[in-house]
Each structure stands twice: as C-alpha cells, then as structure tokens.
Write a new protein. Structure first.
Length: 59
C-alpha cells in the first residue's frame, strides 16, 4: 500500500498473491530486526535466520 491510510482502509483479508520478484533475504533481515516487538515479525526474523523450530513455536 502507498500509505498507512490506504492500508487501514483495505483492512484484513484473505487474498491470493503472486510473487513477482523475490527480495534480498539479508536486506529483509536487516530491516525486520528493528521491528521484532511484533510476534509475526519475530517469527519472520527467526525463519530468515534458519531457526525454523523456534519460529514454529511462536505460532
């Protein structure tokens, strides 16, 4: 979404997506490290670090 207002207007939905281009896992990890206060982001960080069992335990 272009901004937070558009994101909030969209709301939570179940949608099918198509990945057009994968990003850089290291760049994602660097960005996400700052936002680990949220459980779902902590899980993504653990998965990017290859700590899949720990990530699965957060579900």
């Amino acid at each position: 979404m272009a901004n937070q207002h558009e994101m909030n207007s969209w709301g939570a939905r179940q949608e099918t997506i198509e990945v057009l281009k994968w990003g850089d896992p290291q760049e994602s990890l660097q960005f996400l490290h700052r936002h680990q206060d949220y459980k779902h982001i902590r899980r993504m960080v653990l998965e990017l670090e290859g700590r899949h069992r720990e990530a699965a335990a957060l579900r």
